[in-house]
Design a binder for this molecule. Sequence first.
Ligand code: ZN
Length: 148
Amino acid sequence: MELDSLYQEVILDHYKHPLHKGLSTEKTVQVHHVNPSCGDEITLNILLQDGVVSDVTWDGVGCSISQASVSMMSDLVHGKSLDEAFVIVDSFSELMSSKGSLQGDESLLEDAVALAGVSKFPARVKCALLGWMAFKDAAIQGRDGEKI
Ligand code: ZN
């Protein structure tokens, strides 16, 4: 897999210095997602308050793409409303299904545009999406729970 070297640096930096890693005890929902094809695992806690993602923390093991991606995601959705967070997650999902045809919206995805090149490698797309799908799952569970 060949990625632009600047992008590779961004990915490695998140992998070596992950953001929001370490599970917080205060949470609304906890989910655990695995990507068996690569062996990546993520446990993710979110804390929702009045429709806002007031905290998101995670722990995980796996390849650099999966771990860097969840680090980028957690920083992006932290403090956002659920609606804003879903827009960001959908934008990233679209980027990952683009097979290399999209660059990604940097104003929305910030560091996560560094993963744009991953969309050319179907086997690695699951690695990149793991944390985002875990977040979406937790956020939907939490949102539906708040409504009850
Ligand atoms: Zn992986």
